[in-house]
Ligand binder design. Structure first.
Ligand code: ZN
Ligand code: ZN
Length: 308
């Protein structure tokens, strides 16, 4: 079997979902990215984009013979950048979370005394939602993670192992999927987590909801050095940024500054402003390509195969 490392955009929009005729091509769902790597399913964030992924997982699961299904439960590693609503609002509608055999390994940041699990629980809590997070049928392993942590997915083993780059124990196996964690402080109020996935020679970084106050963000440049794919927040045009400084989002130019300084192979602009129509995004892409030619616009439904 060929090596597998595929990235699929399920939701690329920032702040609020924007369905409608002006967003049909790039999509109107909020943040969710599906990554399939070496047999593991990794899901970034649970904006409204996660709903279609859940429906597809359910169709595949239900199509199996009952005996086969018993030995092939739905399984995912879920990595959360932060818990603002546009990154969380799809979770109560992610159908696999209601199925008893589903196993979800969920990772996110602890802020102050608030464990990540508490933040998740708030999204499924009466009177906002009829089912309490703790009463869901699925098996959920929720853990706090922080800068320097490395989530290892070893070949053929579903359960992740947590290591830390500051406290190496044994060398990481060459054929493991390695997920590195970086803390950004450039998003109100508590910052966000940025992730790098490395598998064999291929790498990607997901950096959404960050603001390049001083462009380029030198810590992010170091974290993203030479990666194949950088998915970077690019919510604002320069003009929009003038009235939105401090909101925790970047301009296209800030994204290209990081891409150039880090020598990434391809840059995907992400977290599109809900005001931007498909035609606006086409125009922005043309302009941004002048700054960094290998720039692409993240588009809902698009899949990137890193081993092609
Ligand atoms: Zn957001
Ligand atoms: Zn946010």
């Amino acid at each position: 079997m060929n090596d597998e490392f595929k990235i699929k955009f399920r939701g690329v929009r920032g702040s609020i979902p924007v369905p409608g005729k002006n967003t049909l091509r790039y999509g109107g769902n909020t943040t969710c990215i599906e990554v399939r790597v070496d047999g593991h399913l990794i899901i970034f964030d649970s904006g409204t984009g996660i709903i279609s992924l859940g429906q597809e997982m359910m169709s595949t699961f239900m199509a199996m013979d009952e005996n086969v299904r018993a030995n092939n439960p739905m399984n995912a590693v879920m990595l959360f950048t932060h818990t603002h609503l546009d990154h969380l609002i799809g979770l109560p509608f992610f159908t696999p979370i209601f199925i008893g055999s589903t196993k979800l390994y969920m990772f996110g940041a602890k802020y102050d005394d608030n464990d990540f699990k508490n933040a998740l629980s708030m999204s499924m809590h009466s009177p906002l939602f009829p089912v309490e997070f703790d009463n869901l049928h699925s098996m959920r392993d929720v853990k706090n993670i922080k800068e320097g942590d490395v989530i290892l997915l070893k070949k053929g083993i579903k359960e992740p192992e947590i290591q830390n780059i500051f406290r190496p124990t044994v060398p990481f196996p060459d054929d493991a999927v390695k997920i590195y964690v970086h803390q950004s402080y450039a998003h109100p109020c508590d910052g966000t987590l940025v992730y790098k996935i490395e598998y064999k020679s291929k790498t990607m970084v997901f950096a959404t909801d960050i603001e390049g106050y001083k462009s380029p963000d030198s810590r992010l440049v170091k974290f993203s050095k030479d990666v194949d794919i950088l998915i970077h927040d690019a919510q604002y045009t320069n003009e929009q940024y003038n009235s939105s400084q401090g909101f925790g989002h970047s301009t296209m130019e800030m994204a290209t500054d990081v891409a150039k300084a880090a020598n990434v192979k391809k840059l995907y602009l992400f977290h599109h402003d809900p005001r931007h129509t498909d035609d606006n995004l086409d125009a922005i892409l043309l302009e941004t390509k002048k700054l960094f030619s290998e720039t692409y616009m993240a588009m809902e439904g698009e899949e990137i195969d890193l081993f092609i």
